[in-house]
Write a protein that binds this ligand. Structure first.
Ligand code: NI
Length: 404
């Protein structure tokens, strides 16, 4: 089969081995079935049974119900060697799909709007290929199908349930299909790739009253306005200018009408940063600023702060491995994009905190085909050619890592 590529980086995909090209129709079929059945975090029951049914049919040993819907398949070459983990996330988003394709979501208000259907299909294809070709590598490969990447995070509970042990992983890799990059490119970068994700919710308690008699009140609108502005000084005045960070107040609600002073205001925001040393720094500044301003204005507050995911930090040697494999798959260094850092977050970070690893992006946008809507958009869709590239990347990483 010839894979056609219509992207700014037109490349020759003969480097995708014929067995994986033969698998391509299956990858597309699996991805489309999964796309029709999107399931939200920790509710990936159809997805899990779809995976389990395939693994069972192929005879691949696996464990189910890890962190509710997670699955781990173990492919043992029977020869001594390293153990590599491959992680794929399985969950979808609460979005009403607006694509007009034959394989549209069958579930109202739910959609695979980030490409995790593709990740699951790639991981299944990788499992199938490696199992059929156990003679071509040494050591063992653990394929981790992870629930709930969006929101609550399935990586941490899977680690707590022991997925990194027995056999112990020596390295771990994972990929994200990426519409910020054109098909035919691979985004790979050592060090910080994606940001830490933290959330906060704050309620300001003032004292309401008549809009014409402000002296009798503590105006929650004025207090919250001061807070929103002052929070912006954390990045500009407390973070080293050579580091990147974001403090965003995304929602602010207060008051009911023009002549009533609001007694409460509620705001919600998110914090992002790459440098792990900023852990607990921004958090503390937010508390100090809110507390100081409230005290100055005679208001009180309640703050809920949640550290969702740490930053995704890639290991140097594992990044080199992925980069060299990408160079072989794409046949050109021009397709390797190191400038792929994003302030988006990913709970792959929990695996990378424990095991040397590399998370990378497989370019999946194809402007000519209209497949270039951003992730989490109701019309997000990707060029399925990237599925074959994903499997080839994983398989080659296994051969190179486990044999070394
Ligand atoms: Ni995603």
């Amino acid at each position: 089969m010839t894979l056609s590529l219509a992207s700014p980086h037109v490349i020759n995909l003969t480097q995708i081995r014929s067995e994986i090209r033969d698998l391509f129709p299956n990858l597309v079929e699996w991805r489309r079935i999964l796309h029709q059945h999107p399931e939200l975090a920790f509710n990936e029951y159809f997805t899990a049974s779809f995976i389990t049914e395939k693994l069972t049919k192929w005879g691949i040993p696996h464990q189910t119900n890890i962190a509710q819907t997670g699955i781990v398949a173990l492919i043992d070459s029977g020869k001594p060697g390293a153990v590599l983990g491959i992680r794929a996330d399985m969950d979808a988003l609460p979005i009403q799909e607006e694509n007009e394709v034959s394989y549209c979501s069958l579930y109202e208000g739910k959609m695979h709007g980030c490409g995790h259907d593709g990740h699951t299909a790639i991981a299944l294809g990788t499992a199938y290929y490696l199992w059929k070709n156990r003679d071509r590598f040494q050591g063992q490969v653990k394929i981790i199908f992870q629930p709930a990447e969006e929101g609550p995070g399935g990586a941490k509970p899977m680690i707590e349930e022991g997925v990194l042990k027995n056999p112990n992983l020596d390295g771990i890799i994972g990929l994200h299909l990426w519409n910020n990059l054109p098909l035919g490119t691979i985004g790979v970068k050592n060090g910080a790739l994606m940001a830490a994700v933290e959330l906060f919710e704050c309620t300001i308690f003032g004292k309401g009253g008549h809009g014409a008699m402000p002296d009798q009140t503590v105006d929650a609108v004025v207090v919250s306005a001061q807070i929103v502005n002052a929070l912006q000084t954390i990045v500009s005045r407390n973070v080293n200018p050579l580091d990147s960070a974001v403090v965003t107040v995304g929602s602010l609600h207060a008051g009911s009408t023009h002549n009533v002073i609001a007694d409460t205001a509620k705001m919600e925001g998110t914090v992002r940063y790459f440098n792990p040393q900023l852990d607990r720094v921004i958090d503390q500044r937010i508390k100090d600023i809110i507390s100081g301003i409230c005290q100055a204005y005679g208001a009180s507050f309640e703050l809920k702060y949640q550290q969702l995911y740490p930053p995704v930090i890639n290991h140097d040697k594992m990044t080199e491995l992925v980069k060299s494999v990408a160079m072989n798959v794409l046949e050109t260094p021009a397709g390797i994009v190191p400038e792929c850092q994003t302030m988006g977050g990913e709970d792959m970070s929990f695996f990378l905190q424990k095991i040397p690893g590399c998370y990378f992006f497989v370019g999946s946008a194809n402007t000519q085909k209209g497949l270039d809507f951003p992730h989490h958009h109701p019309r997000f869709n990707f060029d399925e050619t990237a599925l074959g590239i994903g499997v080839e990347m994983f398989v080659r990483c296994v051969e190179k890592f486990c044999n070394s």
